[in-house]
Structures are given as C-alpha cells and as structure tokens.
Design a protein around this ligand. Structure first.
Ligand SMILES: NC(=O)c1ccc[n+]([C@@H]2O[C@H](COP(=O)([O-])OP(=O)(O)OC[C@H]3O[C@@H](n4cnc5c(N)ncnc54)[C@H](O)[C@@H]3O)[C@@H](O)[C@H]2O)c1
Ligand SMILES: [Zn+2]
Length: 391
C-alpha cells in the first residue's frame, strides 16, 4: 500500500499525510532539509515521555520548542491569543512554519493559530493520539471552544504535512486509547468490509498495542478520511457520513457538560441509538446492530451516562450546527449496512425518543428517574442496562 496519502481539493494538492513507523524520522529529515523558522508546539507530558525526541527537535537550528498546557481548557480564546503573542515574541514571520506535536486539542488550537497568524503560515501536524492520527489531524478543521459551545469558532486550514507515526500510540494512556477506539468503531461501520472483520479479529492485538495492528488501523482510517474529505472539503455532502453517531453523541456530551463521558464513549452511544433509528428508517438489519454491540463489548461496553437531563438533551440537539433551521425533524446520517450511509433529513423526535428508550436512555429508562435530573456515578454498566441496550 502507498505510504503517503495525498489530499487534493479542487485538484490542488493540499496535504501530504505520511503514515508509518518511519513517519517521525521522515518528519525530522524534512524539518532539517528545509531550514525554515519553525515553532513546534507540544505538551510538557509529551516532552517528558519522549525526551530524546524533544531534545532532537530542540537542537535543530531555527526550531523553537514551545510547551503548552494540556486538556480541553487549553482550546480557548485566551490560549489562542497567548499562542499568537508567543509567536510574535519569537519573531516568526510569514515564511515561518508551525508544528502541532500532540493530540487533537493541540492540533485544533495550533491549526487555528497557523490560519490566523499573519493571515496564514505553513502548518504541520505530528499527531500522537489515536483520535488525532485517525481523525483530527486530517481534513483541515481547526477550532477553539467558546462559552457558547465546543468548536464553535474555527477555520478550515489543512496541514501541509501530517506525520502520523503509530509508535506514539504505544505510550498513550488506556483511557485515551479507548476513547479513540470509539471513532475507529465508527470508521469500521463506515468503511465496511474487509476492515470491519479485520477489526473484530484484531481487537486483542490492538489492546496490547501490537505495532503492525496499530499501523494497519491508523492507515485504513486515515485513508478513508482522506477519501471522504477530498470528495467534500466544505462539510456539505459525503463528509456528513463521518458524523455517523455524532448527532446523538454530541447532544449527549453537551447534556453532561462534557464531564464523565468522553467523546469516543458519546459516539458509541450515538451509534447504538442511531442504529435503532436506522432499523426503522433505512432498514438496517438486526444482525448489523448485533455486530456493533459485540464490537463495543469487546472494548469494554457502554458506560452509563453520569446524568440524564431531558431538557438539555433536546436543547443541545436543536443547537447542533449541522441541523438546518426551520425543519421539523432532525437530519441524521444513518447506516444502511456496513459501508453505506444515507443522510435522512426528517427523523422525528418521537422516533428518536423511542430509540433512546430502547437503549436505556431517557426518562423512561429505569436507571434514570422520571424527573429530569437523576445523578449516578459512572462505572461499569449493570447487566440490566447492558441487556436493555442490546435488545
Ligand atoms: N479537527 C477535527 O476534525 C477533530 C476531530 C476529532 C476531535 N477533535 C478534537 O480533538 C480533541 C481531542 O483530542 P485527543 O483525544 O487527541 O485528546 P488530547 O489532545 O487532549 O490528548 C489527550 C492527552 O494525551 C496526552 N498524550 C498525547 N499523546 C500521547 C502519547 N503518545 N503518549 C502519552 N500521552 C499522550 C496529551 O498530553 C493529552 O493530555 C477535542 O478537542 C476534539 O474536539 C477535532
Ligand atoms: Zn468525533
């Protein structure tokens, strides 16, 4: 298989995405071959974990290594302003290049800084999380969060190079790896065969971070994302397929205030709820839904939500930036079968309510009281919740 993916938009090459266990070395070679003033932005924990690599970067002429706070709170207006000011302090000019060496938080923030600095300077990504390698570093979406919601301010600004080295994934904490698997399971159903069967068979290898398995997984997901983004750079057509599981998933994340539920977990909940809707609207076969549940179970199952807040769930759904104004139903990409999606424009609130109840979510579900707020500690799912989610 070709090891450098090329992303063309309107027939122009915009990104080169290098996936493989030599990606870091190739990144370094390119960095030194083209001596351009460069700021490599990363987190202190990455510098600590990969101290040798950080030292190498630091010693390159013209390269500044900036360490930036981690966590979603670093994807803020203040953080963006501080980063831009830091770049001015370093004296970077229009010919400079900015490198994001970290996960999706850093990639989104640094990507937006690159888009804004002197109206745009060169951007490279060195993604180090599963989410970043398979998803966020590819396609050019950059953003910061605002008090009004996540990712509401941003720009489309594709990186010139993405250097995705799956070796970084071997040190990723278990929770972050599992979180990334939520998106990978989504990809498996979007891509269909043979990747879906491959993922089912190789989940044990991936759990022990087998290098070959990691590389195949990242390469397959990255290639799929490139293909979809290329077909639809501005997020209006087939790119909506990537939103599978996200309409409900995003509303759940907003409902719990982004606490006690990771994005990957929210996507998995979204996939099972939307799978129930797909049974009725696109004729998704029960066997495919069972397969989805088995794969989710292989990765630890669905964790109960920390809270159910009926009003906030529906409010979040209405505010979803992908919903159009003035329509009665919700627009949701739904699976027809593995490898095939249909964007259904008018999913009724009643059908959505029914699907939620079937997986044990909503006021009708036994683990959340009929009142709008019932708190429960996240933890292992009860067998009852597991049964109701699979029925
Ligand atoms: N732009 C897009 O298209 C897009 C797509 C999906 C997600 N996102 C965004 O991505 C963000 C989530 O990104 P994430 O899941 O990568 O989380 P993250 O960026 O917060 O990284 C997770 C943590 O893992 C640490 N870490 C990173 N790599 C490591 C490694 N190799 N070894 C050990 N520790 C490591 C980091 O220091 C960080 O604290 C969200 O803000 C989300 O909105 C953007
Ligand atoms: Zn996602």
């Amino acid at each position: 298989m070709q090891d450098t993916l090329e992303l063309h938009v309107h027939r122009h090459l915009v990104s080169r995405i290098v996936v493989g266990r030599d990606a870091w070395d190739r990144f370094l070679r390119r960095l030194t071959a083209e001596p351009t003033p460069t700021a490599v932005v990363t987190h202190p924990s990455i510098v600590e974990t990969f101290s040798d690599l950080a030292a190498t970067v630091r010693h390159q002429p013209g390269v500044h290594l900036l360490t930036w706070p981690e966590g979603e709170t670093a994807k803020s207006w203040d953080s963006l302003r501080d980063l831009l000011h830091e770049m001015f302090r370093l004296g970077l000019r229009r010919d400079a290049r900015l490198v994001a060496w970290g996960g999706g938080v850093l990639g989104d923030l640094v990507g937006l800084a690159a888009a804004l600095y002197m109206r745009g300077i060169a951007l490279w990504h060195v993604p180090t999380t599963l989410t970043a390698q398979t998803d966020s570093a590819i396609g050019g979406k950059t953003a910061v969060d605002t008090p009004f919601g996540k990712n509401l301010v941003g720009a489309f600004y594709p990186a010139e190079f993405v250097w995705a080295d799956p070796r970084f994934l071997t040190t990723l904490p278990e929770a972050a790896f599992r979180d990334g698997m939520g998106e990978v399971i989504k990809y498996a159903f979007l891509i269909g065969e043979p990747f879906l069967s491959w993922l089912e068979a190789h989940s044990p290898d991936l759990r022990r971070r087998d290098p070959d398995a990691l590389e195949t997984m990242v390469r397959t997901c990255a290639a799929y994302k490139v293909q979809v983004v290329q077909a639809d750079e501005q997020d209006r057509g087939v790119r909506q397929w990537l939103n599978l599981g996200h309409t409900v998933g995003h509303a759940l994340e907003a409902m719990v205030d982004y606490r006690g539920l990771t994005h990957g977990e929210a996507v998995l909940w979204g996939l099972v709820v939307e799978g129930r809707i797909a049974r009725r609207r696109t004729g998704l076969a029960a066997a495919h839904l069972d397969r989805l549940h088995r794969l989710i179970d292989a990765w630890g199952g669905l964790r109960p939500l920390p809270v159910w807040d009926e009003a906030r769930f529906w409010q979040a759904l209405e505010l979803d930036k992908k919903q159009r104004h003035g329509t009665t139903g919700f627009r949701i990409p739904l699976l027809v079968e593995p490898g095939r999606v249909e964007v259904v424009e008018d999913v009724s609130p009643d059908l959505l309510r029914q699907a939620l109840a079937e997986v044990g979510l909503g006021p009708m579900a036994p683990q959340y009281s009929a009142s709008t707020m019932s708190r429960r500690r996240p933890g292992k799912r009860s067998s009852q919740a597991r049964r109701s989610a699979r029925s």
